[in-house]
Design a protein around this ligand. Structure first.
Ligand code: EPU
Length: 431
């Protein structure tokens, strides 16, 4: 079983290049299913979620050709809605984007219920509401079966009851090839929504207003091939910013859009970290001694929930008492139990966590319980005294390209070790 072994205490120094945005890529790959031509996607992050999605597209009959590790050409001209690799679909959250994309392209969709990170109930009622409004029946069992009643979806006005990234993107996908105009009100505004719209528009779609809370989609008859480069990953960048803040050091984070990092930069400055912005990079400088701060996560442009655990670690070693309020998910504090093993002091009550900063964390064996929790535990290991082992790293590899290599290049002492599980070790010893 592969794990990360981290000897903590090194400051981080140097330069790290950010990869393409995971949460844009996982919608853009399904979107390629709707393109009647060859679609070239650049700046694709090399993570297990994108590999899984590309395999799923192949199982649907699309041609998938890697031009280089971060560029893929997808030819969906002969794709069908049948024959999907349902075992792979079950592994990822973003399989729900295949519903919108397949309905748009084929008028029919069949996917599994989404898998992925588990932090409480993750309903899809807003996705279903959107598809229903566009004229599809949606049957949710172990699978999601959807069908356009009139063969092709029809534009509609949809008011989302909840600001949902996934529902906004899924409805954009479904409405792109629908007949007539769709208006989504109370839409989410995350950078990856703008990226999906830009991708679709570059292939001939007519999506307007992405990045605001009203998105208008004029359905088109077909999308043509083209080339598109995915935006840099806001959360990967934020993770290196938080790591530098907690460990101390000076790191230039390149291939970023600084505007997308504004709220993270502002919070880190409040904590005593220097963040300098350049056109496509940010320089983060930290003494390693941080000041307390309060963090409240909200939909974009608020502080991202996907940075809450990483920031939680920085606050765990800051001077004073901080309060974190999770404004998006019901149960995103699972990492706290693991952090406590390292000496962190958190009190959690529902969506609120009170963090008493400690001078130092100490090494321990901890489990990554989801993607961002895993990233947070890596940061904790990097700034702790002694050795930390992070288990269940497959969660982390779903969303971070070459985390170990990038951290090593910054001077961190982190490596992948392959060890039997505890019970296997005991048996081996007994034998
Ligand atoms: N919600 C509903 N009904 C729905 C959909 C969502 O009530 O139909 C609720 C959720 O329970 C949650 C809130 O609305 O309380 C927001 O959920 P959203 O739909 O925005 O989340 P998502 O689309 O499932 C994406 C990211 C998550 C990220 C959230 C919020 C992907 C594949 N996932 O999830 O990313 O936390 O938006 O920004 O894009 C991650 O990258 O680690 C990750 C979990």
């Amino acid at each position: 079983m592969e794990k990360y072994r981290i000897a903590g205490g090194n400051r981080l120094h140097g330069e790290v290049e950010i990869s393409g945005a995971k949460n844009a890529a996982v919608a853009i790959i399904p979107a390629a299913l709707m393109v009647d031509g060859i679609c070239r996607i650049e700046n694709l992050p090399q993570i297990s979620d994108t590999v899984t999605l590309l395999h799923i597209l192949e199982s649907l009959g699309a041609g998938v050709k890697m031009i280089n590790p971060s560029t893929v050409e997808i030819d969906s001209r002969h794709a069908t809605w049948k024959g999907a690799d349902y075992d792979r679909m079950r592994k990822i959250r973003a399989s729900y984007y295949l519903v919108g994309a397949m309905l748009s392209r084929f008028g029919v969709a069949r996917t599994t219920m989404p898998g992925g990170c588990n932090f409480g109930v993750r309903p899809i009622d807003q996705h279903v509401k959107g598809m229903n409004a566009l004229g599809a029946t949606v049957d949710v069992t172990d699978y999601i079966d959807a069908k356009a009643i009139h063969g092709r979806l029809r534009g509609a006005e949809i008011y989302l009851d909840k600001v949902s990234v996934g529902a906004t993107m899924n409805i954009i996908l479904a409405a792109t090839l629908a007949e007539g105009r769709t208006i989504i009100e109370n839409a989410a505004r995350e950078p990856h929504i703008v990226d999906l719209a830009n991708f679709l528009n570059s292939m001939g779609a007519d999506v307007r207003g992405a990045g605001t809370d009203t998105v208008k989609i004029n359905g088109v008859d077909r999308l043509h091939g083209g080339t598109y480069a995915i935006i840099p990953d806001q959360i990967e960048a934020g993770t290196y910013m938080a790591a530098t803040a907690a460990c101390g050091g000076e790191v230039l984070i390149t291939n970023v859009i600084p505007k997308h990092l504004d709220c993270i930069s502002a919070k880190l400055r409040e904590m005593g970290v220097t963040v300098e912005e350049y056109p496509e990079s940010v320089l983060v400088r930290s003494s390693g001694r941080l000041r307390r701060a309060n963090v409240k996560t909200l939909p974009y442009p608020g502080f991202p929930t996907d940075m809450q655990p990483q920031m939680g670690v920085a606050l765990a070693v800051a001077d004073g008492t901080s309060v974190i309020t999770e404004g998006v998910w019901d149960n995103r504090y699972k990492y706290v139990n693991q952090l406590r093993k390292m000496g962190a002091q958190f009190q959690v009550d529902g969506r609120v966590a009170v963090v008493e900063g400690v001078e130092r964390l100490h090494g321990a064996t901890v489990e990554a319980c989801d993607l961002r929790a895993g990233a947070a535990l890596v940061i904790a290991g990097l700034c702790a005294d002694g050795v930390t082992t992070v288990e269940d790293i497959e969660y982390i590899e779903r969303g971070y390209q070459d985390l170990v290599g990038k951290l090593q290049a910054l001077g961190a002492d982190i490596r992948i070790v392959d060890e039997p599980e505890h019970s296997e070790r005991l048996n081996a010893n007994a034998g």
